[in-house]
Ligand binder design. Structure first.
Ligand SMILES: [Zn+2]
Length: 440
């Protein structure tokens, strides 16, 4: 009984103190209020955590001073012309303070980015535009800590500039009285492709394959997908949708449904491979089709979370459904595009990753994956490495390796898009598909 009374008394005391604290805090402005609340609770906790205040303040001052002095890096300069306006984008690594001025003879506007340095890869750059609004855009290191962007004007009505984030960039929109149609770029980069769906496999209660050291497929592929999303957003003018961008479970058929509903132009499912044979290693890319390859069927069965026996039954059922659902032409066309997409992604992964690692090329394969069934757009599934292999699990745990995979996938997407109008057997490098991949 006495114990109970004592507990009650403590509880009442605590709620009284908290109440007093919130009353005092309420009488101040919101910022003051939060400061006061923090302060009050700090006093309450003082006896437990006695922090030498001065040292920590000095330390944080030094830290913030360091941060203040660090230059903002200007990474790239891009532009985009439409009939009504020209958009100039300056990629930076964090928000920048800037000012602009307009000067005559010749007519130009310049933007000074304060406390900034040109990035390593961005040397002095001039983009010739000539779209009737702008003649050109130039960028250079104007002084030690100022990067200057100059817009050479042709005929403009007005302009506005603003900062955007994720990724950080300065955007300058120039409206003009365009006298002529903007010339069609010689290499239209995206060929009408507006939207891509990235599908990080598994998630939530489904971890996917698990490595010997405990690394889970669901975490690796989510991270790679997010990295890839950042890269696509930075470098391409297309929308990126992730079927999941957190650790949640989404049934396989819903993933394709998302892509169909959003009218995506491409679908890329990202997975890590696994095999009972711990020596199995390498990279392979799949498209949806029947197969007699036992190994491919085994991979699909695992990703479909069904037995190999059930996988083979599914093949038989699928054949009937496929013939009922699609006309030959539509089916063949989508298969051809998926095949091309798969080859470009596989080729880029091998080429890019081999620059820093030794990668086994397992080629382009086909099998029936639930997640690709019913997709209306070219759709593929990439098995980016074996999580069941000791060495590859170690690599997959490494942030840099994941970044390299994302970069390789980006390059695969770009190569596919820029090859869309090219003859099937040619790539941007002019090499034939047959030569680089014997499985084709
Ligand atoms: Zn998987």
């Amino acid at each position: 009984m006495r114990k109970l009374h004592f507990k009650k008394a403590i509880a009442i005391l605590i709620s009284f103190l908290a109440f007093t604290a919130s009353l005092t805090a309420l009488s101040a402005s919101p910022i003051e209020r939060s400061k006061k609340t923090v302060h009050l609770f700090a006093i309450l906790n003082k006896s437990i955590t006695e922090v030498p205040q001065k040292t920590s303040t000095r330390f944080s001052e030094i830290e913030s001073e360091k941060k203040k002095n660090k230059f903002i890096t200007v990474r790239d300069l891009r532009h985009h012309s439409t009939k009504k306006y020209t958009r100039v984008v300056v990629d930076i690594d964090r928000p920048v303070r800037y000012e602009h001025h307009r000067i005559k003879e010749p007519d130009r506007i310049y933007f000074d980015l304060i406390n900034s340095k040109m990035g390593e890869e961005l040397k002095k750059k001039i983009i010739s535009i000539d779209d009737g609004i702008l003649k050109a855009v130039r960028i250079s290191q104007f002084s030690q800590d100022v990067v200057r962007v100059v817009l050479d004007l042709n005929s403009i009505e007005s302009f506005k500039s603003f900062l955007m984030e994720n990724p950080d960039r300065l955007v300058i929109d120039i409206s003009g009285i365009a006298k002529q149609e903007p010339p069609i770029s010689k290499e239209p980069p995206f060929y009408g492709v507006k939207r891509i769906v990235l599908d990080p496999g598994h998630g939530g209660h489904d971890p996917g394959a698990i490595g010997k050291r405990g690394l889970e497929e669901k975490d690796v592929v989510l991270d790679i997908s997010k990295k890839l999303r950042t890269l696509i957003k930075r470098e391409m003018d297309i929308e990126v949708i992730l079927t999941r961008d957190s650790d949640i479970f989404i049934p396989l058929h819903e993933r394709t449904a998302i892509a169909n509903m959003k009218e995506a132009d491409l679908f890329l499912s990202i997975h890590t491979n696994a095999s009972p044979n711990r020596n199995a290693r390498g990279v392979e890319t799949y498209l949806l089709n029947y197969t007699t390859d036992e190994e491919a069927n085994r991979v699909a069965a695992r990703e479909n979370a069904i037995s190999l026996k059930r996988q083979k039954e599914f093949q038989r059922e699928f054949q009937g459904d496929l013939e009922k659902t699609f006309g030959d032409l539509e089916r063949d066309n989508k298969r051809d595009e998926s095949l091309r997409f798969a080859h470009m992604v596989q080729f880029s992964m091998i080429e890019k990753l081999n620059q820093s690692y030794h990668i086994t090329n397992l080629g382009v394969k086909q099998a029936l994956f639930y997640v690709l069934v019913g997709a209306k757009m070219p759709s593929i599934l990439a098995e980016v490495s074996f999580i069941s292999n000791r060495d590859e699990e170690k690599r997959l745990a490494d942030d840099l390796y994941r970044q390299k995979i994302a970069e390789a996938l980006l390059s695969g997407i770009k190569n596919y898009l820029s090859s869309k109008n090219a003859p099937f057997t040619k790539t941007t490098s002019g090499e034939t598909l047959e030569r680089r991949d014997k499985t084709f």
